[in-house]
Design a protein around this ligand. Sequence first.
Ligand code: BTN
Length: 316
Amino acid sequence: MKEEIIAMLIGRQDYLSGEEISKKIGVTRTAVWKHIKELEREGYKFEAHPKRGYKLMAYPDVPAYYLLKPFLKTRFMGRTGEYHNLIGSTNDRAKELAVMGVPEGFLVSANGQTTGRGRLGRSWASPVGQGLYFSIILYPNLPPVELPKLTLLAGLALGQAVENLGVEAKIKWPNDLLIKGKKVAGILTEMSAEAERTIFAVVGVGINIEPLNERESFSYPATFLKEHVAIVSRLKLLASFLGYFEEQYELFKKGEFARILKEYEKRLAFRGEEVKIISGSHEYSGRLSGLADDGALIIQDGFTTRRFAAGEISLR
Ligand code: BTN
């Protein structure tokens, strides 16, 4: 109910009468007033005029889909969603919702997670208000082998959104975002698939924004956005990511993966450097020479060229 009120008022320059709000959501004017009071306790500010009604003057910077409207330029990405102050994992919730058949581009976001998950079974520290944690549901009509490409699109979009803040970002293949060599964000793509068809994919993104707590352990040297940019609006950053991601996803569906890869490669971390890669239970090392047409990583070890479809790289 409160969400509906916010959605009605956000981005509106004029007042909306209590009567109109009450009619639209089917409750009494007193009930509307009570919701407004509750919202004020949550950090929203309204101007209430006896005749003209309510106008939204300020709102908290929480990454809720119903607050995105003024910033969002997408057609479907993030146009529908669900927001939680605290949840186990947005990826887990997104998977439940995907089975129920919510629309493509549905955004599950949270202010904090209690069991945030990272790649390779790691946990993702997600303290309330300290980062951006969200998952997007997609129904790509593609064979599962194409799915790693989706992860690359998300990595590129993340890089573009962070660059937009005025910081240089590099992508540690396949999709960790680095600023000055330290990890600031990660992506966890999960899917449900049959042999020839992907039923749904969930792209989960976690971005560190506020200073990290010493106790939080990360598998890779970590950083946070506010170490590099003074002010970060989670809402604007989320809207910007969704915009880029939709753009990449549309291109991908049109068969323009090569164009995406070109942009991605410009931001590829450790290019030309000596790296080691753990893939499955093996470790290899060599010079990271670039990406193959399908987005696989190419490592040159003397005269041996190896391609990797998955793996965890680090500098040697
Ligand atoms: C990684 O770098 O290992 C991936 C981290 C992905 C974390 C995000 S936070 C939102 C979404 N929900 C989760 O449980 N994980 C992803």
